[in-house]
Design a protein around this ligand. Structure first.
Ligand code: GCU
Length: 324
């Protein structure tokens, strides 16, 4: 009797399971512009594993590296239109989509990495992740991308050294303005094309963190990294509202929890990468020059004053200053 009952309930269970389309797998894609060896990629793989685990296999994430889906701006547009689920963008490309992030592109905004994280990990930083929702792009978590400095075949120790130099910048009006004020000729180029531009002499130099020298191989051409540390531009992992809408509440929560986990993993991975990649850059023959930061900072004062005239930008500057 009991046996028959158990057999019947097991059968009912199987039938019920077979008839349950709610557990169908949801496949998401995330695109970014770095090579597979970059912490962005390795940490996104961890993020994907975590999403799968926390959603009990209901949501899987495929990570697509190397600008295979287009440059940062093109991927942002795809996320906004619901063609792509998620992407990674520097605040440089993001400023054209979400004006709250414009200020993050201003030079010498943060005193240190500590100040930077105090802002991003604080209440204000979390609130900002939501700033793009009205544009259909929501931030999941920030990724450190270090301090950006100039690198070229020769040292750039003062603004005078930049005169006449074509410097690759991200396609961001604020970054273009900054290079102009410092005395260089800004040339916007997508990240995936910068190595060729340096090699062919389309530009004389670029500006980025140390992983650009090694993982992106720019150190093969540009042998001097001049540590002026003009900006600290975070990358942000973003998801489209169209994607969020097709997930259940529980699946959305799994995504958020996986984002928290990945943010912590990335913070560790980035700190380690900065050390190991600088070592590797030196082994490649890159030298590191110390720089008169104050002189560069002085040149860019007018753009800070200009930004302060805008109400939204002034309020973001004040919030960042208050976290010192
Ligand atoms: C960094 C950053 C990328 C950005 C790139 C660039 O590598 O992590 O998000 O695209 O700089 O300068 O374009």
């Amino acid at each position: 009797m009991l046996r028959t009952f158990l057999r019947l309930t097991a059968l009912a269970g199987t039938l019920a399971f077979a008839a349950l389309p709610a557990h169908a797998e949801t496949k998401l894609r995330i695109g970014h512009n770095q090579p597979e060896a970059h912490p962005t990629h390795t940490v996104l793989l961890q993020f994907a594993d975590k999403v799968k685990e926390l959603s009990k296999g209901e949501v899987t994430v495929t990570v697509i590296p190397n600008s295979q889906l287009g440059d940062a701006r093109a991927m942002l547009e795809q996320v906004q239109n619901g063609v792509l689920d998620m992407s990674v963008s520097s605040v440089a490309s993001l400023e054209a989509f979400v004006p709250e992030f414009k200020v993050f592109n201003l030079p010498y905004l943060f005193d240190s990495r500590e100040h930077f994280f105090k802002v991003l990990e604080g209440e204000f930083g979390s609130a900002l992740l939501e700033a793009g929702r009205k544009k259909d792009i929501v931030g999941l978590f920030y990724m450190d991308a270090g301090a950006r400095s100039f690198y070229a075949k020769k040292p750039i120790k003062t603004p005078d050294d930049l005169k006449g130099m074509k410097i690759r910048v991200q396609p961001s009006p604020t970054n273009l303005k900054m290079i102009e004020l410092m005395g260089g000729a800004p040339t916007p180029i997508a990240w995936g094309e910068v190595f060729a531009a340096l090699q062919n002499g389309v530009v004389d130099g670029a500006e980025n963190n140390v992983t650009a020298l090694t993982i992106a191989r720019h150190g093969e051409v540009a042998k001097v990294f001049s540590r002026d540390e003009h900006t600290r531009l975070p990358d942000i992992v973003l998801v489209g509202t169209a994607t969020l809408d097709k997930l259940s509440k529980a699946q959305q929560q799994a995504l958020q929890l996986a984002a928290k986990f990945a943010a912590a993993e990335h913070k560790k991975a980035w700190a380690a990468a900065e050390e190991t990649e600088e070592k590797k850059a030196r082994e490649m023959g890159v030298t590191f020059a110390e720089v008169d930061k104050a002189a560069f900072r002085e040149k860019t004062k007018p753009m800070i004053e200009e930004a302060r005239k805008d109400k939204l930008q002034a309020s973001v500057i004040d919030r960042i200053a208050a976290s010192r």
